[in-house]
Design a protein around this ligand. Structure first.
Ligand SMILES: CC(C)(COP(=O)(O)OP(=O)(O)OC[C@H]1O[C@@H](n2cnc3c(N)ncnc32)[C@H](O)[C@@H]1OP(=O)(O)O)[C@@H](O)C(=O)NCCC(=O)NCCS
Length: 154
């Protein structure tokens, strides 16, 4: 099974996957200024540690390397979902989402929601999420459009 719970030892590889997926994959949908604000050169380690401490996460490993990770920080809320550029469109995000859905289901949580990027919106749409609204957030002084999306049981 290539998937397992996220561990603090996964932090460096997770930050690397995050940085590379933003700068190489989301680069198709955002300006250089936006990418820099989203994933700055210097990662804020204490902020990452705080965020991961307050979350539950899972990783997908391929040949012993971190191919992607997903986290939830509140009941039904998907916080982070990033797949390494080398492993795009191989079903990594789908498998991680399925795991999170299964875990939420065990806890009696069936409504899921997230704030998707432009890049991730088609992924969430095909996974059964619908757009609730668009919203603007500011990250490191730069305004971003986000898509608030939710999935309810049929
Ligand atoms: C969005 C992301 C997590 C998807 O990960 P992934 O592992 O490549 O997704 P999957 O392989 O599970 O995709 C499943 C399906 O979703 C849809 N999909 C995924 N990426 C898509 C894209 N860029 N455009 C259109 N449809 C897409 C497709 O239907 C795909 O099935 P297919 O490959 O058979 O056509 C990944 O592209 C990523 O890390 N992006 C950059 C960072 C980012 O924006 N993260 C989300 C922050 S909210």
């Amino acid at each position: 099974m290539p998937m397992r719970k996220w561990r603090p030892q996964d932090l460096d590889a997770s930050i690397e996957t995050f940085r590379r997926s933003v700068h190489e994959i989301a680069a198709a949908d955002y300006s250089p200024e936006e990418l820099q604000a989203w994933a700055p050169e210097e990662a804020d380690y204490s902020e990452w540690e705080r965020r991961m401490d307050a979350s539950q996460g899972w990783t997908f490993e391929i040949n012993g390397k971190l191919g992607g990770f997903i986290t939830t920080d509140a009941p039904g809320h998907i916080d982070l979902l990033y797949v390494h550029p080398d492993y795009q469109r191989m079903g990594v995000a789908s498998a991680l989402l399925e795991l999170l859905v299964a875990d939420a289901g065990v806890r009696g949580i069936h409504n899921l929601h997230t704030e998707a990027s432009r890049t991730a919106r088609p992924f969430f749409e095909q996974a059964g999420f619908r757009l609730v609204r668009t919203q603007n957030v500011t990250r490191n002084g730069v305004a971003f459009e986000q898509f608030v999306m939710e999935r309810k049981p049929h």
